[in-house]
Design a protein around this ligand. Structure first.
Ligand SMILES: Cc1cc2nc3c(=O)[nH]c(=O)nc-3n(C[C@H](O)[C@H](O)[C@H](O)COP(=O)(O)OP(=O)(O)OC[C@H]3O[C@@H](n4cnc5c(N)ncnc54)[C@H](O)[C@@H]3O)c2cc1C
Length: 458
């Protein structure tokens, strides 16, 4: 055993250490099936153990990569062979649920779906929801300021965290376990860690904000042929559904056709419309909510905003609709495919989509570009497939990102920067903002041991 590992094994015990050979049996991440490479992985069971690992690593200038559920989309968790991985997988407890205060305290490694289900058992609701719910962790959700399908109504992770505990690079434990909605006593320190992608500290505990459990849910798949109608329908639903609209996920026709092609998902609506949207409303009176939902969609149909629609009559129908939006594997094959997550004003989306699709076809005549996403949040996901074996990532980046410059968009709506988007950070942040980010990084992690080379280049 090399001397670093011998020291760490002494600190924690050998059973907390996964060797490089054992790591090579694991995949690097959800998106990257290459064997994981690192000096070793450490599995702390408590905040104190995280603190002692980081103290030792800081003293010895040992670089650390933090692992949650490994579902991020920006190559943020790929270690180098000289890195130590600190995985939160053993710190996955739900410590407390306070029904009166509407809060839950969970450890950073708790899986999102487990947390959602446990909270639902108490008759409460934690609204963060995304396709990776079965694998991603609350600590990873905090570190990436995750968004997902309910942002329209409940906000991103930043809005759902009341407090947290984090361990700094030198082992200092920062306890900011606020449980109150209001606390304006000086700077809101927890916000530093939310969305910082593990570059400023390891999130070990989180106080989540809970909501009443919706007792009725209406889901529909709708279709139309022009983007103006997609926008008008959103406004109509927001106004007429009495604030219950919780998801409005738009899919361009090319995406819908790709995921419902042979061997893909069942197509509940014909496959030749230009735009589709998954609409979901959460309320509290099943009968009245269902009637209102149907009547508003009828109104939209009469106004010509919709050409077709289907309303889910059961949980199974609803799951079938969501599969089309969330399970995009049929689009991802064959490789390579480049996934994007951009933010832009809603009014610019139709033109932006056309510009990118044209750019892809001009560059690769057989290429494809599929677009869908959290349109109501100003957030689109794009899948670019050059359909040829070369590495065209840089060229695809230019096609997708350059048009954002003029319209003031962002290269990351919710996935973060990681390593993948490092070169493009200046498109979305000013030089002063980036200098301030660097100042924060050097203040909290002067030896640059935590998630080195993520968010900010070395
Ligand atoms: C099918 C699918 C659908 C997705 N849909 C969405 C979506 O709708 N919205 C969305 O926002 N994202 C989405 N994602 C991306 C991903 O699920 C989120 O970014 C998620 O929040 C990552 O959580 P994780 O636990 O997997 O983190 P990881 O991938 O393990 O890590 C992400 C980053 O956070 C750091 N980190 C992890 N844990 C901690 C911790 N405890 N303390 C400090 N830093 C930490 C890591 O070092 C890394 O930089 C999707 C991913 C997939 C595969």
């Amino acid at each position: 055993m090399d001397s670093t590992l011998a020291e760490l094994a002494k600190l924690l015990g050998e059973d907390r250490l996964v060797s490089a050979a054992a790591l090579a049996q694991r995949s690097t991440s959800y998106w990257n099936s290459k064997p994981m490479q690192a000096k070793a992985m450490l599995l702390p069971y408590s905040t104190e153990e995280v603190a002692s690992i980081l103290r030792w690593c800081n003293d010895n200038e040992q670089t650390v990569i933090i692992h949650g559920g490994l579902t991020n989309c920006v190559s943020a968790v790929e270690p180098n062979s000289g890195d130590i991985i600190v995985s939160l997988e053993k710190m996955n407890s739900i410590i407390e649920i306070d029904r009166v205060g509407g809060t839950a305290v969970v450890e950073g490694g708790a899986i999102l779906q487990t947390v959602q289900e446990r909270i639902a058992e108490e008759g409460l609701y934690f609204p963060l929801d995304l396709g990776a719910r079965g694998s991603c962790t609350i600590g990873g959700n905090v570190a990436t300021n995750a968004g997902g399908i309910n942002v329209l109504r409940y906000g991103m992770m930043r809005n759902l965290v009341l407090g947290l505990e984090a361990v700094l690079a030198d082992g200092t434990v920062v306890s900011s376990m606020n449980r109150m909605m209001k606390n304006n006593a000086g700077y809101d320190v927890k916000q530093l860690f939310i969305g910082s992608e593990g570059t400023l500290g390891v999130v070990t505990k989180v106080v989540l904000r809970l909501f009443p459990q919706p007792s009725s849910r209406q889901t529909s798949l709708v279709a139309t042929d022009d983007f103006e109608s997609v926008i008008s329908l959103l406004h109509l639903l927001q106004n007429d559904l009495a604030g219950t609209l919780s998801a409005y996920e738009v899919m361009w026709g090319e995406y819908y056709r790709a995921v419902t092609k042979e061997d893909g998902h069942r197509a509940p609506l014909p496959r030749d419309y230009k735009f589709y949207a998954v609409v979901q409303a959460d309320g509290c009176e099943q009968l009245a909510d269902a009637e209102r939902f149907e009547s508003v969609l009828g109104e939209a149909m009469n106004a010509g905003l919709l050409l077709d629609a289907i309303i889910a009559k059961s949980d199974a129908d609803s799951a079938d609709i969501w599969k089309i939006r969330e399970n995009f594997e049929p689009v991802l094959l064959p490789d390579p495919v480049y996934l994007y997550d951009v933010s832009l004003p809603i009014r610019d989306m139709a033109t932006y989509g056309e510009t990118v699709m044209r750019g892809v076809i001009e560059q690769w005549p057989d290429g494809r570009c599929y677009i869908m996403g959290h349109m109501a949040d100003g957030n689109l996901h794009l899948f670019v497939q050059p359909y040829d074996d070369g590495d065209h990532h840089e060229r695809a980046n230019e096609i997708v990102y350059e048009p954002l410059r003029e319209i003031g968009g962002s290269v990351s709506a919710e996935h973060g920067i990681g390593i993948e988007k490092l070169a493009w950070l200046p498109l979305s942040r000013t030089p002063t903002e980036i200098s301030l980010m660097k100042l924060m990084k050097t203040s909290l992690d002067p030896k640059n041991i935590l998630n080195r080379g993520r968010v900010l280049a070395d």
